[in-house]
Design a binder for this molecule. Sequence first.
Ligand code: ADP
Length: 191
Amino acid sequence: MRLIFMGPPGAGKGTQANFVAQRYGIPAISTGDIFRANVTRGTELGLEAQRFMDAGEYVPDAVTNLMVRNRIDEPDAEPGFLLDGYPRTLAQVEELDGMIAFTGHALDAVVSLTVDSDEIVERLLQRAQLEGRADDTEDVIRRRQELYAEQTAPLIEVYRDRGLLIEVDGMGEVDDVTGRILAALEPIPES
Ligand code: ADP
């Protein structure tokens, strides 16, 4: 199963991605988590990514694409994967198409979580208190939302045109949202 999860910052992608990936026995690959792990370890990639992340900007495509390519090449991703936070730009969509085509597989579905924008800012500010993420300040949240609307939201139409899009209401209890996603994915045959 090869899945993409999309949704604005704070839509609950990460939480849902982990549940759904576990259900399908595939790794949930979160580009945000990989970047943060690299920042913590102080790797070269972390140093490169940090200044963009702290400002709420996207890390340059070349850096992000290479990181995803390497991650998808790991043996645990051979049966499939769930991407959380990638692709975020049209250039990343094209790059991912190439990566998947190279493996002889195809994308099975793109899950788009829809949420109410007021609710999102609330959630993100709450998360800021709980996790202390450096990029969860109000200004940076606003910038991430702006970039999402400009650069990432248009990808929803790209995948809709390909007949891969599944829109799921992301509001409400975590378990209910998981249930909706799993129900929506059930009829999808694996390629
Ligand atoms: P959120 O979805 O809440 O904005 P993430 O944890 O997915 O947060 O990402 C955090 C940051 O990591 C982003 O603001 C961006 O700087 C960087 N990042 C993550 N994924 C990508 C990507 N596909 N392309 C460019 N930058 C990315």
